[in-house]
Design a protein around this ligand. Structure first.
Ligand code: SAH
Length: 245
């Protein structure tokens, strides 16, 4: 196995200097695609290619960069996690993206999933409720050159009406129920992929809107950090913080 631990792991060190380290990371990444994705049920070549191209080690804190290509979620600060690679790929797959879509992601976190989606669609608007995470994600995505992603700070359980409707919406935190604004902001033919259920375990749902009606399909069981907001779980602090800006 390659050892991504000796990469230096400094995000600003990505380029030419560390050729052997970046080769090791690239091989860890292609192993991830083969063993965790292709050998399971991820069939879309576009999704496999996108997963093989985004440098996940640059989206996790330096102390976790060595584990970036392992089969698990990782902490990203503020009590949040970057999802397991398989989950990112399965959600992208479920959105059935062909390349020309406007996508809304709720729960930008590290920005990793937005980066993957940005390679599969025309435009990604990624909403994150925690300003500290949104700032880091925005700065990172800009530095890495992902030009078709906008990071917005706010409560994504209300969607992001300014740019609606969306061809695809993905929610990367567990919701107690499907937030009505997300259904409203879905375009005709649009897909919403969202984990719904109790805090400890949810079902990943795909909801499709056609002629104003929705159909829902349950994909598999999963477990996500909670979606906190107006049309979601109540915030653990006594009062909901008003959104900034
Ligand atoms: N997709 C992310 C990981 C998401 S973890 C990645 O690739 O790194 C879930 C994220 O949802 C957390 O960052 C959390 O702060 C955020 N979140 C929780 N409730 C939210 C809400 N109502 N609106 C927007 N983001 C929310």
């Amino acid at each position: 196995m390659s050892n991504p631990n000796d990469s230096g792991n400094n995000e600003s060190n990505i380029a030419p200097g560390s050729r052997s380290n970046s080769t090791a990371l690239e091989s860890a990444r292609s192993d991830m695609v083969e063993r965790q994705l292709r050998s399971r049920d991820i069939r879309s070549l576009r999704v496999l290619e996108a997963m093989g191209s985004v440098p996940r080690h640059l989206f996790v804190p330096p102390e976790h960069a060595g584990e970036a290509y392992t089969d698990s979620p990782l902490p990203i600060g503020e009590g949040q996690t970057i999802s397991q690679p398989y989950m990112v790929a399965a959600m992208a797959d479920a959105l059935l993206l062909e390349g020309n879509e406007k996508v809304l992601e709720i729960g930008a976190g590290s920005g990793y999933q937005a980066a993957v989606l940005s390679l599969l669609a025309r435009e990604v608007i990624a909403v994150e409720s925690q300003p500290a995470l949104a700032d880091v994600a925005h700065e990172r995505l800009t530095r890495l050159g992902y030009g078709n992603i906008r990071v917005e700070t706010g409560d994504g359980s209300q969607g992001w009406s300014a740019n609606a409707p969306y061809d695809a919406i993905v929610v990367t935190a567990g919701a107690p129920y499907v937030p009505p604004p997300l259904l409203e902001q879905l375009a005709e033919g649009g897909r919403l992929v969202i984990p719904v259920g109790p805090a400890k375990q949810q079902e990943l749902l795909r909801i499709v809107k056609r002629e104003g009606r929705v159909t829902r399909e349950s994909l598999f069981a999963c477990r996500f950090v909670p979606l906190l907001g107006r049309f979601a779980w109540p915030s653990p602090s006594s009062a909901q913080e008003p959104s900034r800006g």
